[in-house]
Ligand binder design. Sequence first.
Ligand code: ZN
Length: 421
Amino acid sequence: MIDSIQYIRARHIATMTPAGVIEDGCIAIQNGRILAVGPTRDLNPPATAASIDGLLTPGLVNAHTHLELSDRLPGERPTEGFAGWLVGMLQRSHTEASEMEKLVAEAIRIGVDQCLRFGVTAVGDISRQCHLTRPLLRESPLRTVSFGEVQAMAQRRNLLQERTAVAIDDAHSIDQLRIGITPHAPYSVEADGYRYCLDLARQRGLPLTTHLAESADEAPFLADHSGALRRLWDWIGAFDEQVPTFDRGPIAYAESLGLLAYPSLLAHVNYCSDSDLDLLAAGQASVVWCPRTHDYFGHPPHRWRAMRERGIRVCVGTDSCASSPDLNVVDDLRLVRRQNPDVSASELWPLITSEAADALRWNRDGDEPAIGRLAIGAAADWVAWPTRSNDPLAEVLDESKMLPTQVRPAEVPSPGIAGRG
Ligand SMILES: [Zn+2]
């Protein structure tokens, strides 16, 4: 069935493509995809076309969050650092299965609502409870890469295969809900576990993400099982000395495992030396960092600009509500703007649109609709902003309370998936 063409005019359209920001622009939409985008005078829409008094952007892409934690609150800045914060997270994960189902359902509801309120139409979601989150996210309007989380280290290393099978179970996958895998972090998955996950990702073409160089505690833990993360393991009481060691830090570790030769998505990379930058620049991995979460933990300044100068793809996410006030990824970008007033708004916006979409590998196949851009053939996910000025991208970032007035994730019929809708 072919839908009629819908036209939307706007004072400005920020395409996130080389076409830049179009003044008095128009998009034409059919079957959930963008049919045309350009100046209104070129598209010649009917007089009845919808009109946005402000800015139209693509739906935003939050490449790193944990929606199942959206019922949490970050609390005071953690005095015992990242590892101390993790203890608090673990204490709350000892919940009865029936109770967990309710908590996760409520968290997903809160998380999806927040995304849509803040203009996010696509997420990279880390999920430990993917058997619970996927059926819910499948019914949501969001596009999701659901990264099933795998933790298997020390006395739990024998759980690797079982946990991996759950993580990549694609029973609920549809075009809008794609399956990915996430070996959690270098202090919760051993080298063999990483290699196993990477092999699976390669064989099945799955997106892969991992938390990497998130805290300064990772390097000593990898080197000789010392430091705060070892104390965390002692608190858990399940460590053993057969966990392999590696003394060149987490990024060289990722490189040694083959993770940088794959288009992996590395979450955080808050600690990155010049030689680490060289390794990243030589590979294919992208980096997603989470500015407000970064600030919450008090890490040293992130090297995202040095990364971009070296050609490393960087994008911005929120992380979860357990370390960020909410899932407003624009507020993360606003923080970046305040910290980097010399970077133009048009350079920042791709971090939550086109670059984030590419980091999630959503646009892998040339035939499928791109996201994070307003371009011909892209999914017609759009967000309207009540801007007034002639520099609307800067205005949204500088008006700290501005929220979207409309958020429209498109439903794109997918010829590849029979019987949907
Ligand atoms: Zn995370």
